[in-house]
Ligand binder design. Structure first.
Ligand SMILES: [Zn+2]
Ligand SMILES: [Zn+2]
Length: 198
């Protein structure tokens, strides 16, 4: 799959945002401006000015729209959503090597509000995934008590759980059990992986 580092970072920014929603993790993890600022710092989002309540409201609304891209029933539906997102945000592609990074493309319009910035960068990244015919990599965690999303970048698209602490552990345990099952046929015992059963 042709996915650049920048696209991967933009998708990480989206996944982080989506997973702050109550419907993803059971509580609002972006309740106020300090939490929003933490998110901006954590995701190293550049060129962000002063944030106010309107920014928080707009980011919450954007979060809902982005979630529907992950849940879209078809590529057509996802493409329509991405087109609408990107059109509303307005994009101004330009090359930059700010802050010592390698040359990369920015899509957000200069001076864009935070929600439009995220919509432009995230919408383009989602667009690249659709163009690469990789929509099935946009997943929701299969754990029964979890609705977090993730982007499955594994080679064989086999990832089923998000990397939250509970689900990541579930992942280790499932892998451990699978190894135990195959080890039952083999004479060599298999050591428990670090972290399993914690
Ligand atoms: Zn940049
Ligand atoms: Zn999960």
């Amino acid at each position: 799959m042709l996915i650049t580092h920048d696209t991967e970072c933009a998708l990480g920014m989206l996944v982080d945002l989506l997973n702050t929603a109550p419907e993803a993790c059971g509580q609002e993890e972006l309740p106020d401006l300090p939490a929003l600022r933490d998110y901006v710092v954590r995701q190293e989002i550049s060129d962000v000015g002063t944030l106010d309540q309107a920014d928080l409201d707009a980011v919450h609304a954007l979060r809902d729209r982005l979630r529907s891209v992950f849940a879209a029933p078809s590529t057509q539906a996802a493409a329509d959503l991405v087109n609408a997102l990107v059109a509303a945000a307005g994009t101004t592609p330009r090359l930059t090597d700010h802050d010592g990074h390698d040359w990369h493309m920015h899509y957000f319009a200069p001076g864009a509000a935070l929600a439009d910035h995220i919509a432009a960068e995230g919408g383009m990244a989602l667009g690249f995934i659709l163009v690469a015919d990789e929509r099935e990599r946009l997943r929701q965690c299969e754990a029964p008590d979890c609705a977090r999303v993730f982007v499955d970048l594994s080679r064989n698209r086999s990832r089923r759980y998000c990397d939250s602490r509970t689900c990541g552990n579930r992942l280790h345990v499932a892998a451990y059990r699978a190894r135990q099952r195959s080890a039952a046929d083999a004479p060599v015992p298999v050591a428990a992986p670090a972290g399993a059963g914690r």
